[in-house]
Design a protein around this ligand. Structure first.
Ligand SMILES: [Zn+2]
Length: 106
């Protein structure tokens, strides 16, 4: 059996898979020192552990961000306190907080 790690907190194994409708997948652009850079394409698929799935189901963006950032801090992710990282997470998670998201058990 393949174990999929949670795409949100990257800590626990995933139990659910969310699917964001293609029209809601964000085309994120990060502004650097002097230019804007397109980010890698998002496939709209999000594997989630039970904790992250609970935040998504309740559309609790603040709770999800707090949990994900705490996990990143535990894993000593160097850019965890960079405001741009927070902005990117919000941009990527926002489509999961609106209508039309699919959810199946893995
Ligand atoms: Zn998780």
């Amino acid at each position: 059996m393949t174990v999929t790690t949670c795409d949100f907190c990257a800590f626990r194994s995933a139990t659910f898979l969310y699917t964001v409708p293609e029209e809601n997948i964000p085309l994120l652009v990060a502004e650097g020192q002097s230019s804007a850079i397109a980010l890698p394409a998002d496939d709209g698929l999000w594997a989630a552990c039970v904790i992250c799935a609970d935040f998504v189901d309740r559309r609790d963006m603040a709770g999800l961000l707090t949990h994900v950032l705490a996990s990143a801090r535990d894993r000593r992710v160097a850019f965890v306190d960079d405001p741009l990282y927070l902005g990117l997470l919000i941009g990527k998670f926002a489509p999961l907080m609106i209508e039309g998201v699919g959810k199946v058990q893995l």
